[in-house]
Design a protein around this ligand. Structure first.
Ligand SMILES: Cc1ncc(COP(=O)(O)O)c(C=O)c1O
Length: 400
């Protein structure tokens, strides 16, 4: 349609939102649907955080806030980076936005010129290439491999960097693969980046607190202090504190970049919700005991779904270190035919047929830039996971 902006033709709608909506529509028609497509914890926001928001309303904290966030939250963010990541950011080196997605968007809006390249390892979170394209940049996708744990390899990164590379975007633990880098694995990547001083590092640490067993989370500027001056460390409260609807994300980085992002945000959304910001102060500064409760529940669910999927002939499911997703491969199932007569030619055919016949909603790997795989979100109860796992098995066994 001629009325619409050209920029729109460069982006795709979010496949995860589309699949979640399809599942909702089927449910509304009375179908028994189990949704494993959503990217949010099924837990409720802890009460101490809700109460901090209610108190903020009662105190009249209901006005515009400074664009980059209330001073109390920027101080809490600086304390968090020091306490959990050994990173020294002054409050003036932090910014608060309307969710992590907004912070990523503003960082690109503030820095990308036409032709600038952003290196993105695949499988990637669906929004990364689209945000880069909307901001006028060029996404450069670098494949990772299941037998390397879906982690970016130094030599592949080295090959992808050109004089036009402006950013490398890292995400550990990853949406959709759940892969998280150990210190040594991340050091191999940062060693490459040290050799390319024109390249900046954007790290999306949204799933930091969701790592399992004795895995230790690390972030690039911590592993390689030489990158501190050109790293934007992004995080948020959405996933760790079960606060997806509150819309708070934040970042720490060099002051000049933060100031540029502040300028962009000032002509755009301004400061995010005052009430959510006070809730986030409590999330970061208050008791942290629920983190272990969430983590233990997720770890049990991960082990359950990985075990069921791996008992299914044709599915190979690695055990990821973190997040609440698994990303099984379905190579042997491509080319088979479902009882409906539908031929499964792609991973998208697989997830659509699975949803139509068994009422299990997942997301196809091709929307994350790598397949044939599908993403299963295990942010749901053990009972539902078990039932969904059985339905997936039944579906796969019905393919001929
Ligand atoms: C990797 C990753 N980064 C960022 C976000 C966005 O988080 P927020 O809800 O805070 O915008 C998500 C949400 O799904 C995500 O998976």
């Amino acid at each position: 349609m001629a009325f619409l902006a050209d920029a729109l033709s460069r982006i795709k709608p979010s496949a995860t939102i589309a699949l979640t909506q399809k599942a909702r529509d089927l449910k509304a028609q009375g179908r028994d649907v189990i949704s494993l497509s959503v990217g949010e914890p099924d837990f409720d926001t802890p009460d101490n955080i809700k109460n901090a928001a209610i108190e903020a309303i009662r105190r009249g904290e209901t006005k515009y806030t400074p664009v980059a966030g209330i001073p109390q939250l920027r101080e809490a963010v600086a304390r968090k980076f020091k306490r959990e990541n050994e990173l020294d950011y002054k409050p003036s080196q932090t910014i608060v936005g309307t969710g992590g997605k907004h912070v990523i968007y503003n960082a690109f809006l503030a820095t990308l010129n036409p032709g600038d390249e952003v290196v993105i390892p695949a499988p990637y979170w669906v929004s990364y290439p689209e945000i880069v394209a909307l901001c006028g940049g060029t996404p450069v996708i670098v494949d990772t491999y299941i037998d390397k744990g879906f982690k970016l390899q130094a030599e592949d990164l080295e090959r992808a960097i050109t004089p036009k590379t402006k950013w490398v975007l890292l995400n550990s633990p990853s949406n959709p693969s759940g892969a998280a880098y150990t210190w040594d694995e991340l050091k191999a990547v940062t060693d490459v980046l040290v050799r390319h001083p024109h390249v900046w590092v954007m790290t999306d640490d949204m799933y930091e607190h969701l790592v399992y067993g004795d895995f230790k989370f690390v972030t690039p500027a911590q592993v390689e202090p030489n990158l501190y001056e050109r790293t934007l460390t992004i995080n948020g409260v959405s996933k760790a504190y079960a606060m997806t609807g509150w819309r708070i994300g934040y970042a720490g980085g060099p002051e000049t970049l933060i100031k540029a992002m502040d300028t962009v945000q000032g002509q755009q959304t301004s400061g995010t919700s005052s009430i959510s910001q006070w809730a986030a102060v409590e999330a970061l500064d208050g008791p942290q005991d629920h983190l272990a409760v969430f983590r233990n529940a997720f770890q049990g669910r991960r082990d359950l779904i990985v075990s069921i999927l791996n008992q299914t002939t044709g599915i190979t499911c690695p055990t990821p270190e973190g997040a609440f997703y698994v990303y099984p491969s379905i190579v042997p199932l491509i080319g088979k035919t479902a009882p409906s007569g539908k031929k499964i030619e792609t991973d998208e055919d697989f997830v659509l047929e699975l949803l139509a016949t068994e009422g299990v909603a997942t997301v196809h790997g091709s929307s994350f830039g790598s397949g044939p795989n599908f993403r299963v979100s295990y942010a749901t109860s053990n009972d539902k996971l078990e039932e969904a796992g059985n339905r997936i098995q039944r579906f796969v066994n019905s393919l001929r």
